[in-house]
Design a protein around this ligand. Structure first.
Ligand code: FAD
Ligand code: NDP
Length: 522
């Protein structure tokens, strides 16, 4: 019965999406008649920030025959790295990161391929320069694609930095210093975040880089120290090590805070086994440049012991700050949280016609699909007479470490905190991907966990996969979790053989039973 209601839910969703598509299509048809803003403003909508959220919102709004402008401006990084339209994800985030993750996986595949009969000559190596050129060519094609799409959809694009003069007026400062003032009925702030540097580590600002720089370095970073223990730090360390560069991660407390900590441990165990060094409970205290250009890092551990080592590159990945301080928000009455993010309900700020989406929104999630969905839904509510609001619950995500970690819903500790240990059931399984068998790769960290309510049909609260292609696996299951799938429904699903994902539908050992969760056969 519950399975049926899940199907109905999904069917309703499809119908809803189809209606949305039709009505948008009608609106697109009307568009050629008018592109004048309503009221006394120059634009119906001004979007400050041309990243994932801003571009999605602007394009969707324009489809409702509204006059829309997008301002996007990139402040160069401290070492001078700059990029084009599209924001963090396209230029210095998801896209170059995933491509470099792929470069690292290909290295593993080349090694495996020898066992499958490929006669790969010994001593193969990796060219940083070739990888960066290829990745940057793709990034530039995306920058171009975004410009073309804006033009096609009649969104005006200004390569300009936007600041508020008053609640409806924005000053746009172009690259060449020219200024223009424009007014808009509605304003969306989608200015994203930028990497943080430590303020208490002498030499850090002068002698280190961040994720804003790593993907376009023209020279290999060589022996690298990555400071930080979360998504950005582990992903960067993972691909650097994977392409053969000596890599160390310095973690001040735990890795992947907020994620299931048993699984965070498996992710870092795998990285360590693959050769990444970990300095745990350590923080850098000083950086200085040696005569040969290398960087001396002094750090202290939790027992206050001081140590030092020399690296070619130091990459800080210690979090990101919202870009809201230079927006002139003091001229508007928009209230910010103490962390600099915008406060608001349903993306609406304390000033009713000013909205915030994506990374700068307090309580949201710093993920591209979240920014895009929030931006599109906001455009529908502003101009399309639709009411759906963004749901930030049960958003799936993947950490693209060498062994990927895909997750949706609650961690085991999160479920225990909310529901109590006696009220949850945890099913788990270690598994061996078939493709690991021929090269005899270790599958010690390939693991799945399904966290459920204990009573009734056992509604699934959280689902976690560590293993190859975990991102691809998790995306499908995330739909089911969003629809409220239960363990009974999961277990009644017939698997696809031979896949790793099928182990999820076969999962049957509870942690409570204490049985060995290692899968041994078909
Ligand atoms: P952004 O995409 O950051 O866009 C904001 C834009 O506004 C920028 O171009 C900025 O320069 C511009 N801007 C700022 N101030 C002004 C101003 N005053 N005037 C005009 N323009 C301005 N997410 C995922 O979902 N999957 C991933 O795999 C993933 N990997 C990541 C890897 C890294 C290394 C990083 C750093 C992030 C990653 N993310 C990932 C997160 C993702 O990139 C962000 O969540 C997403 O880009 C946020 O979109 P946004 O629209 O809020 O802001
Ligand atoms: P986070 O804020 O998630 O993590 C910051 C890390 O740096 C933590 O490990 C923190 O340790 C550590 N840290 C903070 N300050 C210091 C300091 N002074 N010295 C040493 N260590 C410090 O930032 P990220 O930049 O990793 O990620 C930002 C967001 O970007 C993520 O939340 C995610 O939403 C998004 N993202 C998504 C990706 C994906 O989808 N695959 C990939 C990359 C980013 P502590 O725990 O002790 O505070």
């Amino acid at each position: 019965m519950k399975q049926f209601s899940c199907l109905i839910h999904c069917a309703k969703l499809n119908r809803f999406l189809a209606i949305g598509f039709q009505s948008r299509f009608k609106n697109t048809q009307k568009r050629s008649r008018s592109t004048l803003a309503q009221g006394n403003n120059d634009y119906d909508l001004a979007v400050i920030g041309g990243g994932s959220g801003g571009l999605a919102c602007a394009k969707e709004a324009a489809a409702y025959n509204k006059k829309v402008v997008v301002l996007d401006y990139v402040e160069p990084s401290p070492i001078g790295t700059q990029w084009g339209l599209g924001g963090t994800c396209v230029n210095v985030g998801c896209i170059p990161k995933k491509l470099m993750h792929q470069a690292s996986l290909l290295g593993e595949a080349i090694e495996d391929s020898r066992h499958y009969g490929w006669r790969v000559p010994p001593g193969i190596d990796h060219s940083w320069e070739t990888m960066v050129e290829a990745v940057q060519n793709h990034v530039r094609s995306l920058n171009w694609g975004h410009r073309v799409q804006l033009k096609d959809k009649r969104v005006e694009y200004l390569n300009a930095k936007g600041t508020f003069v008053d609640e409806h007026t924005i000053k746009a400062v172009m690259k060449n210093g020219k200024e223009r003032k424009l007014t808009a009925g509605n304003v969306v702030i989608a200015t994203g975040m930028r990497p943080r540097y430590p303020t208490d580590v002498p030499g850090a600002f002068e002698h280190s880089i961040t994720s804003d720089d790593i993907f376009s370095l023209t020279k290999s970073p060589g022996k690298t120290l990555v400071v930080g223990g979360s998504y950005v730090a582990l992903e960067c360390a993972g691909f650097l090590n994977g392409i053969g560069l000596p890599t160390t991660v310095m973690v001040r407390s735990i890795c992947l805070r907020g994620f299931d900590q048993q699984i965070a441990g498996l992710v870092t165990d795998h990285m360590q086994a693959a050769g990444v060094g970990f300095l745990r409970e350590c923080v850098p205290t000083r950086l200085s440049k040696n005569d040969d250009g290398t960087i001396k890092v002094i750090w202290k551990s939790s027992n206050r012991e001081e140590m030092s080592e020399t690296f070619d590159t130091v990459l800080f990945a210690i979090g990101r700050d919202p870009q809201t301080s230079e927006l002139g928000l003091e001229n508007t009455g928009v209230i910010l949280h103490s962390n600099g993010k915008m406060q608001g309900k349903n993306e609406q700020s304390s000033v009713p016609h000013i909205y915030g989406i994506g990374d700068i929104l307090e309580g949201g999630m710093e993920l591209t699909p979240v920014a895009i969905k929030a931006g599109k839904l906001l455009a529908h509510r502003l101009f399309g007479e639709r009411s759906e609001v963004m749901n930030y619950e049960q958003v799936a995500t993947t950490v693209f470490t060498p062994l990927e970690y895909g997750t949706v819903g609650l961690s085991e500790e999160g479920a225990i905190r909310i529901h109590g240990e006696d009220n949850i059931e945890v099913y788990h399984s270690f598994y061996k991907p078939l493709e690991y068998t021929v090269p005899d790769r270790s599958s010690d960290q390939c693991y799945m966990k399904v966290v459920c309510l204990r009573e009734g049909d056992q509604k699934i609260l959280g689902l976690h996969v560590v293993g190859p292609h975990a991102g691809e696996i998790t995306q499908g299951f995330a739909v089911a979790v969003k629809c409220g799938v239960t363990y009974i429904q999961l277990a009644s699903t017939v698997g696809i053989h031979p896949t790793s994902a099928e182990d999820l539908v076969k999962i049957n050992i509870t942690k409570r039973s204490g049985l060995d969760p290692t899968v041994t056969g078909c």
